[in-house]
Structure formats: structure tokens, C-alpha cells
Write a protein that binds this ligand. Structure first.
Ligand SMILES: [Zn+2]
Length: 169
């Protein structure tokens, strides 16, 4: 299978209410999708980040610096939600990442409340919908880059209790 065929096999074809297309394959500890690329034969095989791959396909060239999600959902691979950003722009958008020196969107969450500050109302509804759909709390935590215990609180409405169904706006 080509890289693109393998990519398509792990994409959730039903977009979320916000239009996010969620990656259902492997993710790293921050919820960013990963896929293997290259070949074992010539030693170029490696794991790459799916959202960066999608943005490169969209742009038709390598990304110069960072890939940024406009939706804040790490597992999202909708090209319309991805754009190229400079390191400083990425950090300015997520100040809670605390000026991560390497500027990678993957590294900054470590130890910083697991990125909880970035969850927004739409994410909360999506999290509850995914859980109702049969995803485990651990899987959902990975997709959104937050802790499993935080997902548990969202689902049991210990947090964000005021958000329920249609009143997200
Ligand atoms: Zn999205």
C-alpha cells in the first residue's frame, strides 16, 4: 500500500460537528497522529506526524517550520484546519506552552497541565460524543492531548457541567 492508501485507512470519514476529521491510527502521547513512512530496504523508514504530512500534501512542498491546528484538536487531519506557522506564531497562540525552546508543537505540553487550557466548548461536546460512540477515555485523552482523568471528569460532568447538547454557542 502506498502512504496515501495507509493514511486513508485510518481516517474517520465522518467529520465532527466542527468539521474535524479525526485520525484513528497510532498517536503519540500528545494525541498527534503518527504513521510510518519510507522503506525498510533503504533505511529511510521512520515515524512521521500525520498532521504535518497532510499539510505538506496540501501545500505540495515541505513545511518550513511548524504545522498549526486552527481547531486545537491534535488528532485532526482536515487540511482546512491546518496551516503553516512560524515557531514564534505557534508559541504566541499557545502561551500556556511556556515558550518551549524547540518550538515543536509536540513537546510543549509535557507537564503543563497536559494542555487542558486549550480545550474549548466544542471539544467538550465532541469528547462526550466520542465516549457515547464507544471510544475509551484513554483513547479520547490521547486524541485531545489531555489526561485520562480529565476526560473522566468531562464525561461525568464534574467539569464543564453547564455544557450540554445544543447550548454550545
Ligand atoms: Zn480540526
Amino acid at each position: 500500500m502506498t502512504l496515501e492508501e495507509r493514511f486513508r485507512a485510518f481516517v474517520n470519514l465522518v467529520p465532527t460537528e466542527r468539521g474535524c476529521i479525526l485520525w484513528t491510527g497510532h498517536t503519540n502521547r500528545h494525541g498527534y497522529g503518527r504513521i510510518s513512512a519510507g522503506s525498510v530496504t533503504d533505511g529511510s523508514k521512520r515515524m512521521i506526524l500525520v498532521h504535518r504530512l497532510v499539510l505538506e500534501w496540501k501545500l505540495g512542498r515541505p513545511i518550513r517550520e511548524d504545522a498549526m491546528h486552527s481547531c486545537g484538536v491534535h488528532a485532526c487531519v482536515n487540511p482546512d484546519h491546518l496551516r503553516e506557522a512560524t515557531r514564534s506564531e505557534n508559541m504566541a497562540t499557545y502561551p500556556e506552552r511556556g515558550g518551549n525552546p524547540r518550538g515543536s508543537p509536540c513537546k510543549g505540553n509535557r507537564g503543563e497541565k497536559h494542555g487542558m487550557a486549550r480545550l474549548i466548548a466544542e471539544n467538550i461536546l465532541e469528547i462526550r460524543a466520542l465516549y457515547a460512540d464507544g471510544k475509551t477515555q484513554r483513547q479520547i485523552a490521547g486524541m485531545f492531548g489531555v489526561s485520562r482523568s480529565h476526560i473522566g471528569k468531562i464525561i461525568t460532568r464534574k467539569v464543564w457541567a453547564h455544557l450540554d447538547g445544543g447550548d454550545a454557542e
